[in-house]
Write a protein that binds this ligand. Structure first.
Ligand code: TNX
Length: 489
C-alpha cells in the first residue's frame, strides 16, 4: 500500500512528487496558542529532537512562515466521514509541514506519523518526503494491559511503555494493579493495605507500589500523549494480597501468607463476610477519585472456587460500586456469566471458553474488547527458544500477532459491538525493562496496526517491510526488541 515506513499504516497517503522538507537547526514548531496545541508542539519537539539530533524551537506566532512545522486544531482536518476524536491530516511540502486535527488527540497521532516520516540522509541532513496523509483509527480503544502485580514496574518504566505506545498510536494503558502476589496502589480508605502487601513479587523480589503521586504522574504522562489510564483491581479472585493485609476479608479472620508463586484461582472474596461490601465500595471509590478517565476494570477472571450465584452477585456488586463512583465497568470475559449492564466493557481473552455468554451480553448492549490470548498475549513465547514467557495459549510469533481479523474472532458478534483491541503482557516471568520490551517489540506494533488500520489497508507482506524500519527508532530510544526471523531487519 505504501513504501513509507509507517506503522500503523494510514488510511490514505499520497506522495506529491515535490522536493522534500529539509529539517535543520532553523526549523521551528509553530502552534496555535491554546494550551492543547502548545502541549502537542512540546511533545512533537520531544519526539523529533532525538531523531534529528538538534533541538527544535517552538513558537506560537509564526504559524505560516516557511521552515515551520505548524501544529493546529482544525475542525475540518482528517477524513470528513471519520470520528473527529483522533483523525488528523499531515501535509508535508517543500517549505512547510502542517499537522492538523479537530482534537488534541488527533494532533498527537499526527505527530507520531511525522516522527516516523523523518528520515536521516547519508549526508547527515534530515528530510521528510513531500506528501499528504489523511488518517483515522478503525477502533476507538487500542490498548495495552500491563501486569504490575506479578512483578512491579516503576513509574519510569511505565513512562517508557507510554512512550512506545504513543509512537504506535495506542490510546489506552490498562494497569493490572492487584493480584495474589501484590497490591500495587496506595488507597486512602485502606491506608495499610499497600504497605503490608506490596513488598514482594513472584520469586520473592522487592516488589513495590505506587503512591497517589506516583499514580498521578503516570496518569499525567499518559494524558500528555492522549492515552487514557484504565486501572484494574481484580476481584473476586486474585486477591491473596488483599486478604494478607486485611484478614477481616476472610471467613476465619486469619491472614494467608504472602504468595510468590504463579498459580491462579486459589484466592477469593466472600459474599457473607461483612467487610466485603465496604471493601468493594471503598477501593473502587478511591480509584475513581484518582482516575480522570471514564473506566474502572474490576477483573473477574479465573475465579475457580466459587458457585455461580455468588459469582454473579460479585459481578453485580462490583458494577454497582463502579457506577456509584461515576465510572463505566470493564471486566474480563468471565463477567458475562453474571448480569452485565449495557455499556459495560467485556474483555475477551480465553478462546477455550464457550462464546455464548459474551455473544448474549453484546446483544444486550455490552461492548467487547478483544484480547485473544493466541494473538495478543505478549507474555506468550515467540517460539520454543524464547527465554521468557509462558505458552499456555501457544507460541505467538510476530505474524500470529498481526495476521488476524477482529471481526472474525467471536462468531455471532456484530462488528458494531467491538470497541477495540488490547494487547496484554502478564509478568510472571518478566522482571526487567529489557525483558518487558523484548516481549512487547515488535509484537506491539503488529497489534497497533490491527487496531488502528482499516482492514483493506493492511496486509502481512506490507507490514513486515514497514516494521523493519521501526527498529532504528527502538535502538535510538534504547528499547530492547526481538529480532523475529519473520522480518528482514
Ligand atoms: C491468564 S488473562 C490470566 C492471568 C495470567 C495470564 C498468563 C487473565 C484474565 N488471567 O492471571 O497472568 O493468563 O498468561
Amino acid at each position: 500500500m505504501t513504501d513509507l515506513p509507517l506503522v500503523p499504516v494510514p488510511l490514505t497517503v499520497e506522495r506529491t512528487g515535490r522536493a522534500p522538507f529539509v529539517l535543520g537547526p532553523w526549523t521551528m514548531f509553530a502552534t496555535g496558542d491554546s494550551s492543547e496545541e502548545i502541549s502537542a508542539g512540546v511533545l512533537a519537539a520531544e519526539l523529533l529532537g532525538p531523531v534529528v539530533d538538534f533541538p527544535i524551537g517552538l513558537s506560537t506566532e509564526d504559524l505560516r512562515l516557511p521552515g515551520t512545522i505548524a501544529i493546529e486544531i482544525d475542525a475540518a482536518a482528517g477524513p470528513a466521514d471519520a470520528d473527529p476524536a483522533e483523525r488528523y491530516t499531515v501535509t508535508v511540502d517543500t517549505d512547510r509541514i502542517e499537522v492538523r486535527a479537530p482534537r488534541p488527540a488527533g494532533l498527537m497521532r499526527g505527530v507520531a506519523t511525522l516522527q516516523q516520516l523523518v528520515t536521516p540522509q547519508p549526508d547527515g541532513s534530515v528530510e521528510v518526503p513531500a506528501l499528504e496523509v489523511h488518517d483515522a483509527p478503525r477502533f476507538p480503544w487500542r490498548g495495552l494491559s500491563l501486569d504490575v502485580a506479578r512483578h512491579f514496574f516503576t513509574v519510569g518504566q511505565v513512562c517508557a511503555v507510554l512512550c512506545v505506545m504513543s509512537q504506535l498510536k495506542l490510546n489506552v494503558l490498562h494497569l493490572h494493579l492487584t493480584d495474589d502476589q501484590g497490591w500495587r496502589i496506595d488507597l486512602p480508605s485502606r491506608p495499610g493495605l499497600a504497605g503490608r502487601s506490596s513488598g514482594s513479587e513472584v520469586g520473592g523480589g522487592r516488589g513495590g507500589c505506587y503512591s497517589a503521586q506516583d499514580y498521578a504522574a503516570i496518569v499525567a504522562h499518559a494524558a500528555a500523549r492522549s492515552i487514557t489510564v484504565v486501572p484494574e483491581i481484580d476481584v473476586p479472585g486474585h486477591v491473596n494480597a488483599a486478604l494478607h493485609a486485611l484478614p477481616e476479608l476472610t471467613p476465619d479472620g486469619v491472614a494467608p501468607p504472602v504468595y510468590t508463586g504463579t498459580d491462579v484461582g486459589f484466592s477469593r472474596l466472600h459474599r457473607d463476610v461483612p467487610a466485603t461490601v465496604p471493601f468493594l465500595r471503598d477501593v473502587f471509590g478511591d480509584l475513581a477519585a484518582m482516575t480522570p478517565g471514564p473506566y474502572l476494570h474490576i477483573g473477574g477472571d479465573e475465579v475457580l472456587e466459587m458457585g455461580s450465584d455468588e459469582y454473579a452477585w460479585f459481578v453485580r456488586s462490583a458494577q454497582d460500586a463502579v457506577r456509584q463512583a461515576g465510572k463505566v465497568t470493564v471486566g474480563w470475559q468471565e463477567i458475562a456469566h453474571g448480569e452485565v449492564d449495557a455499556g459495560t466493557v467485556v474483555q475477551y481473552w480465553d478462546p477455550r471458553e464457550d462464546p455464548a455468554p459474551f455473544v448474549a451480553a453484546a446483544s444486550r448492549g455490552a461492548r467487547l474488547l478483544l484480547s485473544p490470548a493466541s494473538r495478543v498475549y505478549l507474555d506468550m513465547k515467540y517460539d520454543a527458544a524464547t527465554r521468557l514467557g509462558l505458552h499456555w495459549a501457544g507460541h505467538v510469533e510476530l505474524r500470529d500477532a498481526y495476521d488476524w481479523e477482529p471481526d472474525d474472532v467471536i462468531p455471532g458478534v456484530a462488528p458494531g459491538s467491538i470497541l477495540g483491541v488490547e494487547a496484554a503482557v502478564w509478568t510472571e516471568t518478566i522482571e526487567t525493562t529489557e525483558d518487558l520490551f523484548t516481549m512487547l517489540l515488535p509484537r506491539l506494533a503488529a497489534v497497533a496496526e490491527v487496531a488502528w488500520s482499516a482492514a483493506d489497508r493492511r496486509g502481512w507482506d506490507g507490514f513486515r517491510g514497514r516494521v523493519a524500519h521501526l527498529a532504528d527508532g527502538w535502538d535510538r530510544d534504547g528499547f530492547a526488541w526481538y529480532a523475529s526471523p519473520q522480518v528482514h531487519w
